[in-house]
Design a protein around this ligand. Structure first.
Ligand code: ADP
Length: 260
């Protein structure tokens, strides 16, 4: 592994992200009550729980797509952003830049080619030289087996290929943290494997990732830690075998019995 490769994760040891007492309501509905998360560099965290428990909202708060009502979010080397106070715009932007999201339904621009989709963020938002962004995009596409799809449009790709492009688009932003929101749940069953394989390879490369997933067998295989949420709180978290095979809490037990 080349330590200077910008498309490889930064593998410094130790804490990468600390989330404390994160809270979020939509109108009068409280969706996140008091979420604490601690993620080390290179760690893979699977966020599991019933529909509506707040998992996606956690990811969206980390990625700046939602603004929490309260709580602090601190990435290593960055400001500790306190959402109970007025957050300076530069801190909010700095926070957003630390992570990149892979969406359930890919969210590719339909009228742009694969390459254009991938370089949009690096060139338009991060202001990186176009030539460099194109070279990185080509290398990343080759890495997920899609080099020849560079100039294709999303509607000419299978769901699995579109999601692999979605992953490349996130990697091209060179984030510290990758966020996956049910990355395989929109896929036909026969296409799930190719996407899970890419995610497994990223885990082996030591990318730091939070993955919302209903694929509990996959979570057990790839995650270093499983966080089980229900009703806007973390009910329990720990080693995948502990949480998924020997849950301490009744709510967790009921959930895993249904899915494993
Ligand atoms: P999960 O990912 O665990 O299925 P979500 O984070 O998507 O849960 O949603 C948690 C709760 O918040 C749900 O009850 C959902 O209906 C509600 N919710 C999510 N986003 C919004 C929104 N933008 N406006 C109103 N309610 C929302």
């Amino acid at each position: 592994m080349l330590p200077t490769d910008p498309l490889r994760p930064h593998t410094t040891e130790g804490p990468l992200l600390q989330v404390t007492d994160l809270q979020k309501s939509f109108g009068t509905t409280r969706v996140l009550s008091s979420i604490d998360l601690h993620i080390d560099s290179g760690q893979v965290v699977a966020l599991v729980g019933p529909s509506g428990s707040g998992k996606t909202t956690v990811l969206r708060c980390l990625n700046g797509l939602e603004t929490p009502d309260a709580g602090t979010v601190a990435f290593r080397g960055g400001p500790s952003v306190d959402f109970a106070a007025k957050v300076p715009k530069k801190d909010a932007l700095a926070l957003r830049d630390r992570s990149a999201m892979v969406f359930q339904t890919y969210n590719l621009f339909p009228h742009r080619t694969v390459l254009e989709n991938i370089i949009e963020g690096p060139v338009q938002v991060q202001k990186r030289p176009r030539k460099e962004a194109v070279a990185d995009a080509e290398r990343l596409l080759a890495r997920v087996g899609l080099a020849e799809k560079r100039d294709a449009y999303p509607f000419n790709l299978s769901g699995g290929q579109q999601q692999r492009v979605g992953i490349v688009r996130a990697l091209a932003l060179q984030p510290d943290l990758l966020l996956f929101d049910e990355p395989t749940s929109a896929l036909d069953p026969e296409l799930v494997g190719e996407v899970l394989t890419v995610i497994k390879e990223l885990a082996e490369e030591k990318w730091t990732m939070v993955i919302v997933t209903h694929e509990l067998a996959f979570a057990r295989e790839v995650a270093d830690e499983v966080v089980f949420m229900d009703g806007g709180v973390v009910v329990e978290h720990g080693h995948p075998d502990q949480v998924l095979r020997h849950p301490r809490e009744e709510r967790t037990r009921r959930f895993v019995q249904r899915l494993l």
